[in-house]
Write a protein that binds this ligand. Sequence first.
Ligand code: INI
Length: 165
Amino acid sequence: MSTVHTLEGDLIDRGGRYAIVVARFNDFITGRLLEGALDFLRRHGVPESAITVVWVPGAFELPIVCRALVKADRHDAVIALGAVIRGSTAHFDYVAGEAAKGISAAGAGVVPVIFGVLTTDTIEQAIERAGSKMGNKGGEAAGTAIEMVNLLRALGATGPVGVGR
Ligand code: INI
């Protein structure tokens, strides 16, 4: 058996607080992503009182709100949900690119910001990833959030929210 010291976050909630920022654009898809995220959090023991949902107009607006939530330091993780679909978006590359860059920049500190934005060529591909044959990207993002909160705590990088980090 290996004696290498190994760390990995698990999916057991230990009082984490989660913010979900969700884009209203393509809400027939993002609503499903939100349901997937909420369902995953609930099934892993996160009480509704520990979850905040914030709606923004589109994926382009996700980064500014993610940054504001990180700065406010009232949540252990922020989950960004959106759907950018190339088929119906002339400026797909700008919206998808800026969302990805901005969300990644918002998560550059010790509060994880999870990228739950679908970027697909077609509406069908988005539907497949929003609760049908390819799973639910929102639920997946929620799992990543719990795992990262637990991993950062195990690393000693974070303590309870709001205690100056
Ligand atoms: N926003 C999305 O979240 N998905 C899209 O596919 C999309 N399209 O198709 O343009 C989209 N555009 C809106 C954008 O996110 C901003 O809300 C808007 O440009 C105002 O800043």
